[in-house]
Design a protein around this ligand. Structure first.
Ligand code: IMP
Ligand code: MG
Length: 183
């Protein structure tokens, strides 16, 4: 759906579908360069990273393997619960593999901090992070993503996989949710 379909729920559009696709294309070129000659497993963090995974994977001009993890760090609403647990683990043995975690947003960094150390304990060749968005002002944990689409202000955003109470994930663009929707 488009912004017209969620009329009044957004205060602004941060990134259009086309801007996102263009940026993911640039990121795919950087990633291809860095992993040249290596096999690469990209791991999407369900459910938010579905759109990023789909578009990033298709932007590559090379083979890439895909797997998925589901972790819970948020309850419902707009605040982190601080609790991380695995809801769905990888189907792939990552020992000796180059792993790139793909996520849609780094907020506090808690989820990816935890996920990175969890995956590192499985003896991979490497673990790096690729995120479409990052909120530097919200970050509490020291995570250092190798690939970042854009840094954004510390506001609650929806669309392109990002939800509020499981809604807005299928919005094509990314926008800032109007406070009246969640207050
Ligand atoms: P973190 O652990 O605080 O970095 O964030 C974990 C997860 O919270 C992200 O992967 C998103 O699924 C969700 N999240 C964080 N900020 C937002 C937002 O602004 N809108 C929607 N979901 C968010
Ligand atoms: Mg997520």
């Amino acid at each position: 759906m488009d912004e017209a379909d969620v009329d009044g729920d957004l205060v602004n559009i941060l990134f259009t579908e086309q801007q996102i696709l263009d940026r993911l294309g640039e990121m795919a070129r950087d990633i291809e360069k860095d992993y040249e000659g290596e096999d690469l497993l990209i791991v999407g963090v369900l459910r938010g990273a579905v759109m990023v995974m789909a578009d990033l994977a298709r932007a590559f001009n090379r083979h890439v393997e895909m797997d998925w993890m589901a972790v819970s760090s948020y309850g419902s609403g707009t605040k982190s619960s601080g609790v991380v647990r695995i809801l769905k683990d990888l189907d792939t043995d990552i020992s000796g593999r180059h792993v790139l975690i793909v996520d849609e947003i780094i907020d506090t960094g808690l989820t990816l901090m935890w996920l990175t150390s969890n995956l590192n304990s499985r003896h991979p060749a490497s673990v790096e992070i690729c995120t479409l968005l990052r909120k530097p002002d919200a970050q509490k944990m020291n995570v250092d993503p190798k690939y970042v689409g854009w840094d954004i202000p510390n506001e609650f955003v929806v669309g392109y996989g990002l939800d509020y109470n499981e809604k807005y994930r299928n919005l094509r663009s990314v926008g800032t949710l109007a406070p009246h929707v969640y207050s």
